[in-house]
Design a protein around this ligand. Structure first.
Ligand code: ADP
Length: 976
């Protein structure tokens, strides 16, 4: 039936074609017939048309029926032929198929003797037809099955059922193979079993493949499960744990470990052991392998492929001693993330030759899966880490902004920076105030007992960071040539040091460490640390600004009282005391002293001190400057001194008595300036180790200067006071002098008035006498004319003498006012001339005159005519007031004075007259009674002249016996 369908279709097509052909031919015939009927037979057109329609219809009917019949016949005949042909072909094909079937086919008779085999049988078993035809197939038996097996087989097929089964047989060459066999019994016409057909299919390959398939499935399952397990978490640590938990399901091991790869090292981060393995395997120092030095790891890393060491004993360079000694076979596979080896899987067995290539393949597949999961976990961890770090940075920023308490902030920053990059430890290095030392005030997680000693400029890596303002990132700190041995000793390994920057300044470095070898700082760590460094700089700057403001306030607190107190203090001691007290208070020290240099600038003496209660005073004690290099330098340079630790210095004993003996450890000494000289110093002494900052020094210097200014003011005030007092004294003196002068002037005035009055009085008498006697001369008695004339002459002489004397006095006063030229004169000569001139008059009254000049009498400076007047007046008086006796004139000299002595033996001078002798117009009482003519001006003129010559006049007298006048004048000095 199946074969009919196409041919039938074919026939139907032919039928349609034939139908049209017959119908057209019939139609043509009908047409031709009717044409003949019309034109030949001349039938009517109607008849012809009717005939034509009928003809066509008949032709169509005939064609249809005839053809259908014809084709049915043809169809039946064709079917028979086709069946026959098909049967023949099938026979041929089946025979060929049997012969060429891929499966081995065996036909046996009812007893199992082979009647036919195909070539595939020979191919499968190695037996040729001649080997087996006529034989049973027991040659193929593998002895793997017992008799029962074969009996059941026979039972089945003999019962007429098909036996199907898989069994292992033996080839002609003795090797085994697995076949899948179908034995079908063939029945004859009577329904009896005539033969058996066995079809054998070699399933050895399939079997192997199935095994492999199953293995693959198990592996896939294990991998899938491992994948599920691994994907269950993104926690990198857990992922690594699960990795090791799962690996045993796909590759057997005694020990397995996961190693992280980086910086040429493989570090065991996880390990499992089925077999006992050395515990120290997991100890950190044993868990690090230098890849270059470990051939199996090097091979693995270089090839980036799973690597097997079949037998470690035959593997050159296997680490026999130590951790790998128990291992005989080893397999390793790389876990590659983004093209780089992230980690290694390392498995080992204690038996040699255990690991085979398939293990490598499995491990490789596992490693691929592990890499994906680890990659994810790592990305996640990184993301988490980023988040965490962002939070940390925020915390750093917050911490630095939260408070201005710098030490707290910095301590916190160090902690946060260490957390930020997960460093094992961190230390903050800060440049000291003098820019010369690096100190390490803050650290975390580093050995507690470690002493972070300050480091001088240029030593260690922190200085390099500060000087270059560049971060330093080292894998191994101890390998760096500039590493500090003490830091190496503290166990520092990887280093990341970043600058602490504030604007233009670099204030220090933030140093972060790993204490173990397997960790290193990444580029990202550096970026984060730098951020923390900058933030620290800002914090320090802020805090410093705040501190500075606070400091300024404190300084003002110190300076204000010093300025205020010293400004009003009136003595040096008070000012120095205020300076000491305020400095001691400001620096909170138990001892502050003010010292001053003595006049010779050889010693300093303590002038003021501020002392804690228990310390006895050292006030007024002195220390020699000479031989004390510290003090000498101080007073030479005027540069403030800081002695950070006097215990480590050998001081001169006097200085030690003030400092070390009293437990003063740190010293600050600033100069006490007075104008442009250093007159002393102020010392601030602390009993604790104390670093005096630039600021401290500046402030103390300012206090010193302020005290110096106050001392200067004080000194100026003293001077001013002294000056004022002096002025006052001088004014008083001057006032007194003026009063004196005034008194003198008044006296003079009075004298003048008296003089005028005296002169008037003295003139009145003679003038009255002159008037009266002129009148008498005119109208009086003639006989008395001579008398009248002599009186008139006497009175005229008196007036003349009076006028002469007054003129003399007037001239003298004139010379006193204008000054007169004195020349050296010889007194002897002057006296001799006067004596000679007076001699006639003396002789007339019979008086004896002795002139005794001294030989070699020194010259005197004087005006000759004035000195002549002195001698004349004295001599005239002696003559006038000596009624009889003698007059002696002597000159002599005593010391540097020359003396003129006039002595008489006259009437003498009454004691009453004595004090008034030299007054103008004064005349002795008795002389008036005696009627001795005179003006009372003679001695006045003498005194005036002697005064003008800077000499003196003395008078001694004894009433009735005589008088003695001495005039003393200065002799001209030799050579003058
Ligand atoms: P006068 O001689 O003109 O009286 P003086 O001034 O010369 O004035 O002398 C003053 C007075 O001193 C005299 O009046 C006289 O009393 C007294 N006197 C001066 N010289 C002598 C003398 N040598 N002996 C005694 N008395 C004298």
């Amino acid at each position: 039936m199946e074969a009919k369908t196409p041919s039938r279709q074919y026939d139907l097509q032919n039928l349609r074609r034939a139908r049209w052909l017959v119908f057209v031919v019939a139609s043509v015939l009908v047409g031709l017939t009717q044409a003949y009927n019309y034109w030949g037979l001349k039938l009517s057109l109607f008849d012809v048309l009717i005939n034509l329609i009928i003809g066509f219809f008949v032709a169509w009917l005939m064609t249809e029926l005839g053809l259908r019949y014809f084709f049915r016949l043809q169809e039946e005949l064709g079917g028979a032929i086709v069946s026959l042909e098909a049967a023949e072909t099938q026979m041929h094909w089946q025979s060929a198929a049997l012969a060429s079937a891929a499966n081995a086919i065996v036909i046996t008779d009812r007893n199992g003797r082979v009647t036919w085999i195909n070539p595939a049988f020979t191919q499968l078993t190695g037996y040729l037809p001649e080997d087996v035809i006529g034989q049973t197939l027991s040659v193929l038996k593998s002895d793997r099955y017992d008799d029962t097996f074969y009996m059941q087989l026979w039972q089945t097929i003999l019962d007429g059922r098909v036996w199907r089964g898989e069994l292992v047989n033996r080839r002609k060459d003795g090797s085994f193979y697995t076949e899948e066999q179908t034995i079908t019994p063939v029945l004859d016409d009577q329904g009896q079993i005539s033969r058996f057909i066995a079809i054998k299919q070699d399933v050895t390959r399939r079997k192997t493949m199935q095994d492999a398939d199953r293995e693959q499935r198990i592996l896939a399952e294990a991998l899938r499960e491992a994948g599920v397990a691994l994907s269950a978490t993104l926690d990198l640590d857990k992922v690594m744990d699960i990795l090791l938990d799962q690996i045993g399901r796909v590759v057997p091991y005694d020990t397995v470990s996961l190693m992280r790869v980086g910086n040429g090292r493989a570090v065991v981060v996880r390990a499992r052991g089925n077999a006992p393995f050395p515990k120290r395997f997991l100890e950190p120092e044993n868990a690090v392998f230098v890849i270059e030095e470990t051939p199996n790891l090097l091979e693995l890393v270089q090839s980036q492929q799973p690597t097997i060491v079949s037998d470690t004993e035959k593997y050159p360079g296997w680490l026999k001693n130590g951790v790998g000694s128990h291992i005989r076979s080893w397999i390793g596979a790389p876990i590659i993330i983004e093209g780089e080896i992230f980690a290694l899987l390392s498995l080992d067995k204690q038996e040699p030759g255990f690991y085979l290539p398939q293990h490598a393949r499995i491990l490789s597949a596992f490693a691929v899966q592990a890499s994906l999961v680890l990659h994810n976990a790592r990305l996640f961890a990184e993301k988490e880490e980023n988040l965490r770090r962002e939070q940390q940075i925020n915390r750093v920023v917050q911490a630095t902004n939260a408070t201005l308490d710098l030490p707290r902030v910095l301590k916190q920053v160090v902690e946060l920076a260490a957390n930020l990059v997960e460093a094992d430890g961190a230390v903050m290095a800060l440049v000291s105030a003098d820019d010369q030392t690096m100190t390490y005030p803050y650290w975390v997680n580093l050995p507690e007992d470690f002493e972070w000693l300050p480091v001088p400029r240029g030593r260690g890596l922190a200085w390099q960071v500060v000087e270059k303002r560049q971060p330093i990132r080292l894998v191994s700190y101890p390998d760096h040539p500039d590493a500090l041995t003490e830091w190496i000793g503290a166990g520092l390994q990887a280093l990341l040091a970043v600058p602490i920057v504030a604007g233009e300044d670099c204030l220090g470095a933030l140093c972060l460490f790993y204490l173990s070898q397997e960790k290193v700082f990444s580029e990202r760590d550096q970026v984060l640390a730098e951020l923390a460094g900058q933030q620290t700089g800002v914090a320090i700057q802020n805090a410093r600004l705040f501190q500075e403001t606070k400091q300024r306030a404190r300084e003002l607190d110190l300076l204000n009282p010093v300025i205020a107190a010293t400004a009003v203090s009136e003595n040096e001691g008070d000012i120095l005391q205020i300076g000491c007290t305020e400095l001691a208070r400001y620096f909170a020290v138990p001892q502050a002293v003010c010292v001053k240099l003595d006049e010779a600038r050889e010693n300093i003496c303590i002038m003021a001190e501020s002392l804690a209660d228990e310390l006895p005073s050292l006030k007024n004690s002195c220390i020699p400057v000479k031989g004390n290099p510290i003090l000498q330098k101080f007073f030479d340079t005027a540069v403030p001194i800081t002695l950070p630790d006097t215990r480590r210095m050998s001081l001169p004993p006097e200085m030690a008595a003030v400092l070390t003996d009293r437990g003063m450890v740190s010293v600050l000494m600033v100069p006490l300036p007075l104008r442009d000289r250093i007159v002393g110093a102020i010392g601030v002494h602390s009993q604790q180790l104390r670093e005096f900052s630039k600021n401290d020094i500046r402030l103390a210097v300012t206090v010193g200067e302020e005290i110096g200014r106050s001392l200067e003011t004080l000194r100026l005030n003293d001077q001013l006071r002294t000056h004022a007092a002096e002025l006052e004294k001088r004014v008083a003196e001057r006032t007194w002098e003026l009063a004196e002068a005034n008194e003198q002037l008044q006296q003079l005035d009075r004298l003048k008035s008296k003089f005028v009055s005296d002169v008037s009085h003295e003139l009145r008498t003679p003038i009255t006498n002159l008037t009266m006697y002129l009148d008498l001369l005119e109208r009086g008695r003639a006989d008395r004319r001579d008398h009248y004339l002599s009186v008139l002459q006497k009175e005229t002489a008196r007036i003349r003498q009076l006028v002469e004397d007054i003129l003399d006095l007037s001239r003298l006063e004139d010379s006193r006012e204008r000054g007169i030229m004195f020349l050296p004169v010889d007194l002897n000569q002057i006296v001799a001339q006067v004596v000679m001139a007076q001699m006639p008059q003396i002789n007339a009254v019979r008086l004896k005159l002795d002139f005794v000049p001294e030989d070699g009498l020194p010259l005197i400076l004087g005006a000759q005519h004035q000195l002549s007047q002195v001698v004349t007046n004295l001599l005239t008086n002696a003559v006038n007031y000596t009624p009889e006796g003698k007059i002696e004139v002597k000159t002599y000299h005593e010391n540097s004075e020359v003396c003129l002595m006039v002595e008489d033996t006259g009437i003498g001078i009454d004691d009453v007259d004595m004090p008034h002798l030299f007054e103008r117009f004064y005349r002795g009482k008795q002389v008036a009674q005696l009627g001795v003519p005179g003006t009372g001006l003679g001695l006045g003129i003498v005194k005036e002249i002697v005064d003008l010559h800077g000499g003196r006049v003395e008078a001694t007298s004894e009433l009735g016996k005589g008088s003695l006048f001495r005039v003393w004048l200065a002799a001209v000095e030799d050579g003058a």
